[in-house]
Write a protein that binds this ligand. Structure first.
Ligand code: NAD
Ligand code: ZN
Length: 342
């Protein structure tokens, strides 16, 4: 089968001919139709510090996918050949306290497809049946291929009650933009999203109706708070940039007792003014991945009930043109980039 592989410990990915994976009794084999390119795949392409310390070579990359089940392990029940699906790319163990409590997404032994085990940038993917999420007919393969990052957005955004709240999102990458759409869908009162990249802010306005975008390189967030009539600041903050200045700005612009969910990953240790957090009585929650499988349930329900994130997909390529897809992602001007494997 055709696959995109990190074949050598250096920059790039290579299109290779790889064997179709053999499945075990509890697995399914999925024929891949569409995949999304993630920031993680860019780290792997670039072969940065994180990637070179994390990813064994050779490795078929990719973890954002939609496809169709073509083979079922002998102990699998409840799934059928021909069924369309996406799936959770985090493979969990069953022995940790968290897993045994049903908090699968908190299992410390989690391994990621396309990072630690062979991934989804391939014509066929082996996946434990447990990780499969069937796609209803009204969710396309293209949306199915971005449920992983939409799930990050949903997991983060639904960390706190948003109904009637004023929400600040820092970072208008694909995930921040989708979080803004989710916050609107969940009936937040005001949704403000910041970035320093005007292309990303324009995309946010294109994807999400009634979102206030702020280029913090040009505009003072305090002026916006004033202009929007928020006396004390934001009730809920969703940090989606991994940028130190953005987090500082978020802490400063929260109400007393505000709540912050952190998804963005800072590049290294980053200093925090803890006394500000203490005296503002701020609650902080770190967010990793998606809740298995509550996030999947909620996002599919929202998509079936009017949540529209389709415009966040800005580029589509045949897999043969994957280099253009990665270039689009690296340009900083794109939203989600989807590769077609059919
Ligand atoms: P992205 O890199 O595409 O977007 C980040 C955005 O933040 C960029 O548009 C950038 O211009 C913007 N930014 C930079 N400085 C800023 C500032 N001072 N104020 C406001 N915005 C600023 O990333 P993405 O794919 O949308 O993902 C968002 C974040 O979530 C990343 O940090 C990513 O590593 C992280 N992530 C975490 C998890 C998890 O499980 N915790 C999963 C996926 C992604
Ligand atoms: Zn991803």
């Amino acid at each position: 089968m055709t696959a995109l592989e990190k074949s050598r410990p250096e920059e790039g990915l290579w299109m290779v001919d790889a064997p179709v994976p053999e499945i075990g009794p509890d697995d399914v084999l999925i024929k891949i139709n569409k995949t999304g390119i993630c920031g993680t795949d860019i780290h792997i392409w670039n072969w940065d510090d994180w990637a070179s310390h994390t990813v064994p070579v050779p490795m078929i990359t990719g973890h954002e996918f939609a496809g169709e089940i073509v083979e079922i392990g002998r102990d699998v029940t409840g799934l059928s050949v021909g069924q369309r699906c996406s799936g959770e790319g985090h493979l969990i163990g069953t022995e940790s306290r968290q897993s045994r409590a049903g908090k699968f997404h908190l299992d410390p032994g989690t391994r990621g497809i396309g990072v630690n085990v062979q991934g989804a940038f391939a014509q066929y993917l082996r996946l434990p049946a447990f990780n499969v999420v069937p796609l209803p007919d009204d969710i396309s393969d293209e949306i199915g291929a971005i449920l992983d990052p939409l799930g990050n957005a949903v997991h983060t955004a639904l960390s706190f009650d948003l109904l009637g709240e004023d929400v600040l999102i820092t970072g208008a990458g694909p995930i921040g933009i989708m979080a803004a759409a989710v916050a609107r869908h969940a009936s937040a009162r005001r949704v403000v999203i910041t970035d320093v990249n005007p292309d990303r802010l324009a995309l946010a306005r294109h994807v999400v109706p009634n979102v206030r975008t702020v280029n913090v390189a040009e505009e003072d967030l305090n002026d916006v708070i004033h202009e929007l009539g928020m006396k004390e600041g934001f009730d809920v903050g969703l940090e989606m940039s991994g940028n130190q200045a953005a987090l500082d700005q978020m802490v400063e612009s929260m109400v007393m007792g505000g709540k912050i969910a952190l998804l963005g990953i800072p590049p290294g240790k980053s200093p925090v003014d803890w006394s500000r957090i203490v005296f503002k009585a701020i609650t902080i929650k770190g967010v990793y991945g998606r809740e298995m499988f509550e996030t999947w349930y909620k996002m599919i329900a929202m998509l079936q009930n009017g949540l529209d994130v389709s415009k966040v997909i800005t580029h589509r390529f045949k897999v043969a043109d994957f280099r253009e897809g990665f270039a689009a992602m690296k340009s900083g001007k794109s939203g989600k980039v989807v590769l077609d494997w059919t």
